[in-house]
Design a binder for this molecule. Structure first.
Ligand code: DOR
Ligand code: ZN
Length: 346
């Protein structure tokens, strides 16, 4: 019934940026309040390129959790031109996945991959180990329009990787276009995608009409309402196991966003599941939320579902204008706006 509480198997976040140090301590509790597990992105400075670093980072995350919080950080490695098959063999069993950032595409991607040929030996080892490749699916060439970078990545890079490694599991992260949704649907069951709440709820008008809104700037950048946002909404609510929740929540200090060269990233961990609930409700598809949020990602990663549940209640609340972020603050997605669903915390 409309407006009745929604109870779900506890969800997981299959794409999350937690940062480190004081920033990590500020934000990790917000994810842990909602999510059972999260795939933790490795784009720190310096990036997490080997298993030793990833395990140390995992320990740091666990130590930063508020007392009594249960949360499992699933670690990833940052792929470079120099990642070896031996690096993958060492990671196997300890590290959940490996992230491909084409160099120059996004925040802290400078050490990313410059030559796809160079990572073929690592991809071969990943295919053998059953370790998923997570892709930031954009090209970085200046000549390619920023709104076309995902589509060109599919054409020039992803199609070839998928063909050359038919058994490699691939998550096309934070898809933003109809091209990407169609590609994933037409591919084998080894290929899946995460979808963020902000790409479901916002489009490029939200970022650019009436003035530039730096807190709506992320990469891949928000696209057109039609056909792209509409295709993401259709994919997320389709009940296809190929699409699952990944917030790409990415905290940045307010001053770094509100700048002449504002950085990319939207912080949504404070109300991620509420945002997805709103998007699904607007599509009349609340009944499809549990698969997307709590089951399909676990299925893809061959993990059990969480055993506890969460409940969302229909109750209006206003998102705070800022949250602490180390000795700075972060402006959250939907700052100052009303949301209709709220996680029950008692
Ligand atoms: O908007 C983004 N921010 N996209 C990414 O791919 C990285 C992220 C970040 O780390 O801030
Ligand atoms: Zn990300």
């Amino acid at each position: 019934m409309k407006d009745s509480p929604i109870t779900l198997i506890q969800p997981d976040d299959w794409h999350l940026h937690l940062r480190s140090g004081a920033a990590l301590r500020s934000v990790v509790g917000m994810s842990a309040a909602q999510m059972g597990r999260a795939i933790i992105m490795p784009n720190l400075t310096p990036p997490i390129t080997n298993t030793t670093q990833a395990l140390a980072y995992q320990t740091e995350i666990m130590a930063a959790l508020p007392a009594g919080c249960k949360f499992e950080p699933l670690m990833t490695l940052y792929l470079t031109d120099n990642t070896t098959p031996q690096d993958i063999r060492v990671a196997s069993g300890l590290i959940k996945a490996v992230k491909l950032y084409p160099a120059g595409t996004t925040t802290n991607s400078a050490n990313g991959v410059t030559n796809i040929g160079a990572i073929y030996p690592a991809l071969e080892a990943m295919q053998k180990a059953g370790m998923p490749l997570l892709v930031h699916g954009e090209v970085a060439e200046y000549e390619v329009d920023i709104f076309d970078r995902e589509a060109v990545f599919i054409e020039k890079i992803l199609t070839k990787i998928v063909k050359d490694f038919p058994d490699l599991k691939v998550v096309f992260e934070h898809i933003t276009t109809k091209n990407a949704a169609d590609f994933v649907l037409a591919s084998s069951n080894k290929i899946a995608a995460t979808i963020t709440a902000h790409h479901l709820l916002a489009n490029r008008n939200d970022m650019l009409v009436g003035g530039i809104k730096p807190h709506y700037f992320c990469l891949p950048v928000l696209k057109r309402a039609k056909p792209h946002q509409a295709a993401l909404l259709a994919a997320a609510t389709s009940n296809s196991g190929k699409f699952f929740l990944g917030t790409d929540s990415a905290p940045h200090a307010k001053s770094d966003k509100e700048s002449a060269c504002g950085c990319a990233g939207i912080f949504s961990a404070h109300c991620a599941i509420e945002l997805y609930a709103q998007a699904f409700e607007e599509q009349d598809a609340v009944d499809k939320l549990e698969g997307f949020a709590s089951k399909f990602g676990a299925d893809f990663y061959n993990l059990p579902y969480n055993t506890n549940t969460i409940t969302l209640v229909k109750r209006e609340w206003v998102v705070p204008n800022e949250y602490p972020l180390g000795n700075s603050t972060v402006v959250p997605f939907m700052a100052g706006k009303k949301l209709g669903w709220q996680l029950k915390t008692d």
